[in-house]
Design a protein around this ligand. Structure first.
Ligand code: TXA
Ligand code: MG
Length: 342
């Protein structure tokens, strides 16, 4: 179905029940459909449809050593993909998982769990673990249920580019390379799920998201442990635990520059003919610009849309003033710093 050698049309479907049924049929017969989740749009394929999974890597231009997240509608769906037998998953792990699940799922939390052998290697990049998440978005849930199989879904962008938070972003990146896009409007959260590994001791956050360290620790404390944030500065002796974190990510063509003050931002701003200044709390800088330029607010919800808009507007630079609001947002700053490295 998804052959990149042929020019074929990508269907843009409004996410009605009828169209979700149609999308589920496409996925069940080995196709690729992008769909909304509460975080960002995902590019879906049936977890057991190896060729369709392969096509995801081709359509996105994604390196094959970067494993995918499997999206389930129900906790029982885990039976088909994870091996939670006591030798792999102790009663401690099971109880810890159950309480985290109760508290945060469905929602923007991804678990690294021991996998069943039937999960194709292409999904997990040959790892013994599989990443699993239970999305909250009704369109995602209906699509998974109607397909009758969990769906792998990386963010539905070209690899390295900012993640998509609208169907238009997906079409911009992947039109002609995938079978269909279900348009369910703008994603509510705007950045990808928190990825955690509770098999590690202490448990680790592999990718920060809107379920923060503090929120996770309110549960972990009941189990006498605390989550640790994974260092992803590339200087670690060990290979990165979440393989995807080492690649160029989230970057627009415009340069992303992070500075500490308005003065610094303006000194950089005048070096470019087309640039915009952002910060966490734009209100606090209202009227303070000596250059009389607008300072825009940056949040999890608009980050990727603004990075994409920067390219549409042919900006040379996106200048971000690191203020107290941004300082408190580990997930947003994680994406922004990666965009700045790109
Ligand atoms: O919110 C999200 O998580 C979105 C939506 C579509 O659900 N999906 C998403 O997928 O962000 P993706 O492929 O862009 O990111 C998956 C992340 C990568 O950093 C990958 O390395 C990590 O999860 N990952 C997947 N399987 C893993 C595993 N077995 N062990 C460690 N990390 C894993
Ligand atoms: Mg991604």
């Amino acid at each position: 179905m998804n052959t990149l050698t042929h020019d074929y049309q990508t269907l843009l479907l409004e996410a009605s029940h009828k169209n979700i049924t149609k999308a589920a049929q496409i996925v069940a017969s080995g196709g690729n459909v992008a769909f909304p989740t509460e975080t960002v749009y995902g590019l879906g394929a049936g977890v057991f449809h190896e060729e369709a999974v392969q096509n995801i890597f081709r359509a996105k231009g994604r390196p094959s050593d970067n494993p995918l997240i499997v999206h389930c509608a129900e906790k029982q769906d885990l039976v088909s993909i994870t091996d939670l037998s006591p030798q792999n998953f102790s009663p401690f792990h099971q109880e810890f998982f159950d309480v985290l699940f109760e508290r945060f799922c469905p929602g923007p939390l991804t678990f690294i769990l021991p996998k069943k052998n039937v999960v194709p290697d292409i999904v997990t990049a040959g790892l013994h673990t599989v990443a699993v998440r239970f999305p909250k978005h009704p369109v995602a849930l209906e699509l998974i249920r109607k397909t009758g199989e969990p769906l792998v879904a990386p963010s539905a962008n070209r690899s390295g580019y900012p993640s998509p938070t609208t169907a238009a972003h997906v079409m911009h990146d992947l039109e002609g390379r995938i079978d269909a896009v279900l348009d369910g409007g703008t994603c509510a959260l705007g950045i990808e799920s928190t990825v955690i590994n509770i098999l590690a001791n202490p448990p680790h956050i592999l990718r920060p998201g809107s379920i923060t360290l503090d929120k996770l620790n309110t549960v972990a404390e009941q189990f006498g442990v605390r989550f640790e944030e994974n260092s992803t500065n590339g200087k670690d002796k060990q290979p990165p635990l979440s393989p995807g974190m080492k690649y160029r990510h989230y970057a627009p063509n415009a340069q992303v520059l992070i500075v500490d003050s308005l003065e610094e931002a303006e000194a950089v701003f005048v070096r470019f003919s087309r640039a915009k200044i952002f910060t966490g709390s734009a209100k606090s800088l209202l009227g303070k610009s000596t250059l009389n330029t607008t300072i825009y607010a940056l949040s999890e919800q608009n980050l990727y849309a603004e990075l994409r808009a920067a390219d549409d507007e042919r900006l040379e630079a996106v200048i971000v003033i690191y203020d107290d609001v941004l300082r408190q947002n580990v997930a947003l700053m994680n994406r922004l710093r990666k965009a700045a490295e790109g």
